[in-house]
Design a protein around this ligand. Structure first.
Ligand code: PMV
Length: 318
């Protein structure tokens, strides 16, 4: 009983931050994302009556075993099996640095483990299960441009594809400014989000924001889309900065690149940034401007690496 799956990371244009149910990982708000073509996790899962213990290997290390095994236990229960498991997972990018490794990781694990256990789940059921593993993982199951419908119960909170990957050729240039693991996990960040005095203001306006962004994507209005996602990223980080205790994910290089993005716009190069729970930036641009922007980034010694991504399909068995 063995299966292997590959799943993309995703970049959120409207962010998920804060949970209204801790165990089920029900979000305080809906979110919108795009799957990324060059950041992915490949996971092989095998259940066997001959294994004497569970084993988990992530990027050649024994890591996050408890969280993975808790998740595997849910799948064993669903499939009514008790075999021990072997999980081998590999990211093609740095783990736990704010590059959404838990999204691609749990999406790949969900698909590989359910297939290995002999379960045949619909996309919606897979998305629900992935969400329980790690919230944003539910958005790495469907294709292309994705909406996570907030919902208010286990069955009503899942992600759907708004458009396939070939709908719009926008690019996400991931700018990696540090290879360090981040010091505060997003799991903890979600827990303290509501301590920010600005959190309720954000929630009061978020449905309207989601509606606007969906319209800009529908119209392929890149400027309006870019302005909205950059403001959204700054709003998310305002919540983080003003939580108790405060969360500061940015490095000096993060701010330097933010300022450079604004400069590039003044020079008529349309590019916008968004940032998740880490120091790295995602520069969103139109395909025809990718090389021009990549050349401008070469002057920054602080940048370790850039990774160019297009929109991608969701999780797949291989
Ligand atoms: O799924 P988590 O717990 O890794 O949370 C993701 C949080 C953000 O990346 C900051 C926002 C998002 O919607 O992806």
């Amino acid at each position: 009983m063995k299966a292997t799956a590959v799943a993309p990371a995703n970049i959120a244009f409207i962010k998920y931050w804060g949970k209204k149910d801790e165990n089920l990982r029900l979000p305080e708000n809906g979110s919108i994302s795009m799957n990324l073509s060059n950041l992915h996790t490949t996971t092989a899962v095998e259940f066997s009556q001959y294994f004497t213990a569970d084993s988990v290997e992530i990027n050649k290390n024994k890591g996050e075993e408890r969280r993975v095994i808790n998740f595997i236990n849910k799948i064993r229960k669903l499939a009514k099996i008790s075999y021990k498991v072997k999980v081998i997972s590999q990211n093609n990018f740095p783990t736990a640095s704010g590059l959404a490794s838990s999204a691609s990781g749990f999406a790949a694990l969900t698909l590989a483990a359910t297939a290995a256990a002999g379960l045949h789940l619909s996309e919606k059921e897979l998305s629900i299960l992935a969400r329980v593993g790690s919230g944003s993982a539910c958005r790495s199951i469907p294709d292309g441009f994705v909406e996570w419908i907030e919902g208010n119960s286990n069955e009503t909170s899942y992600a759907i594809s708004l458009y396939t990957a070939d709908y719009w050729d926008i690019v996400d240039i991931v700018v990696i400014v540090s290879e360090d693991e981040k010091d505060v996990s997003s799991t903890h960040g979600h827990e303290i989000a509501t301590t920010s005095p600005f959190f309720q203001t954000r929630i009061a306006k978020i449905k309207e924001k989601i509606k606007k962004l969906k319209n800009f994507i529908k119209e392929k209005n890149f400027q309006k889309f870019g302005e909205l996602i950059e403001a959204e990223a700054l709003e998310l980080h305002t919540i983080m900065l003003t939580s108790t205790p405060s969360l500061i994910y940015w490095h000096p290089a993060t701010i330097k690149i933010m300022k450079e993005v604004k400069k590039l716009r003044q020079k008529d190069l349309p590019v916008y940034f968004t940032i998740d729970a880490g120091p790295h930036l995602h520069l969103i641009c139109q395909k025809e401007n990718t090389d021009k922007i990549a050349i401008k980034l070469k002057q920054f010694r602080e940048i370790n690496k850039i990774i160019v991504n297009y929109a991608a399909v969701g999780a797949r068995l291989i």
